[in-house]
Design a protein around this ligand. Structure first.
Ligand SMILES: NC(=O)c1ccc[n+]([C@@H]2O[C@H](COP(=O)([O-])OP(=O)(O)OC[C@H]3O[C@@H](n4cnc5c(N)ncnc54)[C@H](OP(=O)(O)O)[C@@H]3O)[C@@H](O)[C@H]2O)c1
Length: 245
C-alpha cells in the first residue's frame, strides 16, 4: 500500500514512517524540510499520486493563536482537496483528547477546526485523539514556568509514550476508516502537578512546582476530566515511570 505521512520528519511522523516501512509499505515522508508543504501545497500532488492512505501528524511551527489557526485550516483544506483529487481512500489525523473541552486555548480551537474540516470533507477518515506524550512534559513545564516556579493544576492526566502512539497509528492507518473519532491514552491516570514535579526531580531541575488549580494549561482552565479519555479509549502499555527510567 502507498501511504503518505504528512509531518513525516516529526516526533511521531518519523516513528510512524519507520513502522510502516518495516511492514513492507511504500511510504512517503512529507514535510517542508523534505520538499512537501501542506500549507503552500508545494509537492503535494506528486506525493499523493497513487496513494491509498494519508496520515496527518504535522504540527504548527507557531502556537500563536492566529498562526496556529491558519496552519491547521490551510494545511487541512489543501490536504483534503489533494486527497479527493488523487482518490485517496483514508485520511487519518492525530488530534488531542479533550480538544472540545479546551477551547479557551487558541491551539485547541485550531485543532477543532482541523477536525471539523475533516468531518465535512468527502474523504473517508479516522480522527485519532491521543493524550499528552511523555516527551511533551518538558514543554508543559516550560510554558507554566514563572521565575523559578512552575504553576500547574492537580487535574488528572493520562499521558502516553510516542512509540505507543506511532504503533497505534500504524494500526489505524492500515485499518478501515472509522468515519469518526477514536481515543488513545497511556495506562494510568496521574496528576498534572505531580507528573511535572516528578520529571523535574528526576532530571535534577531546580524549579519548584506550585499546585494552583486556577493555573491555566496552554490558556485553558482545567477540571479533573478535561485531559482524560472516555471508557472506550485504546490504552497503551508503557508506564511513565518505566519510560523515564
Ligand atoms: N504533544 C502532544 O502531547 C500531543 C498529544 C496529542 C496529539 N498531538 C498532535 O500530534 C501531532 C504531531 O505532533 P509531534 O509532536 O509529532 O510534532 P513535531 O515533532 O513538532 O513535528 C511536526 C512535523 O510537522 C511538519 N510540518 C511543519 N509544517 C509543515 C507543513 N507546512 N507541511 C507539512 N508538514 C509540516 C514538520 O516538518 P519539518 O521538520 O520539515 O518542519 C514536522 O515533521 C500534532 O498534530 C499534535 O497536535 C500532540
Amino acid at each position: 500500500m502507498k501511504i503518505v505521512v504528512i509531518g513525516g520528519s516529526g516526533l511521531i511522523g518519523a516513528k510512524l514512517v519507520k513502522n510502516l516501512r518495516g511492514l513492507g509499505h511504500e511510504v512517503v515522508a512529507a514535510s517542508p524540510s523534505l520538499g512537501i508543504n501542506a500549507v503552500t501545497g508545494e509537492g503535494l500532488e506528486e506525493a499523493l499520486h497513487g496513494a491509498q492512505v494519508v496520515v496527518d501528524v504535522a504540527n504548527s511551527p507557531s502556537f500563536e493563536d492566529q498562526a496556529v489557526m491558519e496552519f491547521f485550516e490551510k494545511s487541512s483544506r489543501n490536504l483534503l482537496a489533494a486527497e479527493a483529487a488523487a482518490g485517496v481512500g483514508h485520511h487519518v489525523a492525530l488530534s488531542v483528547v479533550g480538544t472540545d473541552r479546551l477551547l479557551q486555548s487558541g491551539y485547541f480551537r485550531a485543532k477543532l477546526a482541523q477536525e471539523e474540516l475533516i468531518k465535512g470533507s468527502k474523504v473517508p477518515y479516522t480522527i485519532v485523539r491521543a493524550t499528552q506524550f511523555f516527551e511533551f512534559v518538558p514543554s508543559i513545564a516550560y510554558v507554566a514556568t514563572e521565575g523559578g516556579a512552575v504553576r500547574l493544576p492537580s487535574a488528572s492526566i493520562q499521558p502516553i509514550g510516542s512509540d505507543d502512539v506511532a504503533s497505534a497509528l500504524a494500526d489505524f492507518a492500515l485499518g478501515a476508516p472509522v468515519n469518526g473519532t477514536v481515543e488513545l491514552a497511556g495506562p494510568e491516570r496521574l496528576r498534572l502537578d505531580e507528573l511535572v514535579r516528578h520529571f523535574l526531580n528526576a532530571t535534577i531541575d531546580a524549579r519548584q512546582v506550585v499546585t494552583d488549580d486556577k493555573a491555566l494549561y496552554f490558556g485553558a482552565e482545567l477540571n479533573d476530566l478535561s485531559l482524560v479519555p472516555g471508557d472506550q479509549a485504546r490504552l497503551a502499555q508503557t508506564r511513565y515511570e518505566d519510560w523515564l527510567s
